[in-house]
Design a protein around this ligand. Structure first.
Ligand SMILES: C[S@@+](CC[C@H](N)C(=O)[O-])C[C@H]1O[C@@H](n2cnc3c(N)ncnc32)[C@H](O)[C@@H]1O
Length: 209
């Protein structure tokens, strides 16, 4: 079941500072993947356990989920996984936190909240200003992965990212995942639900050029 939080609420104006890489991960030199809207982080736990040659950072706006995920990662001593609470846009737009974008190799937006009503579109996480921030700081060759089961949201995200001339589309169908953050193509919770219910998954990959 989807649980919506209004990301534009003033509750999210306060920003969590992202710690330096060395404080978040055992080996800060590893490739870093950023997952935006990771919910309880189940897929990130699966990824981090299997792919120990990558670091994973999840950003999620539901504080309780982040607290639980952080605790779980610490208890299980998973040292290539970290979680940050808040509105991803506010967090990554913050001067102190911008360093993280320079360090990420890839970013995923997996099944973001669709906000179906037109007057709520501004609550969608993928926005031109957000993509601008990413395009200004990402290293060339970095990738953005989007996935959703909502065609309208897919078109909206695709249009928003494609309108930024610093990104070009990659062929997602023939993409070789073996060298990516997700070599075993681990599915998120929403993705599992979508597959079981035989709904369509719309996905695309973009590269910073
Ligand atoms: C539909 S769920 C998908 C969760 C997961 N990615 C998956 O595929 O199963 C969308 C998630 O994004 C989070 N979210 C929505 N807007 C956000 C924002 N601006 N910043 C961070 N997280 C956000 C929601 O709280 C929710 O957990």
């Amino acid at each position: 079941m989807r649980q919506h939080v209004n990301p534009l609420s003033i509750n999210f104006n306060q920003i969590e500072r992202i710690p330096p890489l060395i404080e978040m991960f055992d080996d800060p030199r590893l490739n870093l993947h950023l997952d935006i809207g990771c919910a309880a982080g189940q897929s990130l736990f699966n990824l981090a356990l299997v792919n120990t040659s990558w670091n994973y950072l999840g950003i999620e706006i539901r504080e309780k989920l982040v607290k639980t995920a952080k605790l779980k990662a610490r208890e299980r001593e998973i040292n290539n996984l970290y979680f940050v609470f808040g509105n991803a846009y506010n967090i990554l737009n913050d001067v102190q936190n911008k360093f993280i974008i320079k360090n990420v190799k890839s970013i995923s937006f997996n099944f973001p909240d669709p906000w179906f009503k037109k007057r709520h579109y501004k609550r969608r996480v993928v926005q031109p200003e957000f993509i601008n921030i990413l395009s200004n700081s990402l290293q060339k060759g970095s990738l953005i992965f989007i996935k959703t089961d909502v065609k309208d949201l897919f078109d909206y995200m695709d249009c928003t990212i494609s309108s930024n001339l610093n990104f070009k589309k990659i062929d997602a169908k023939n993409f070789n995942y073996s060298q990516s953050f997700n070599p075993c193509e681990v599915k998120t919770n929403r993705e599992k639900y979508v597959i079981v219910n035989q709904l369509e998954v719309y996905k695309r990959i973009y590269m910073k050029i």
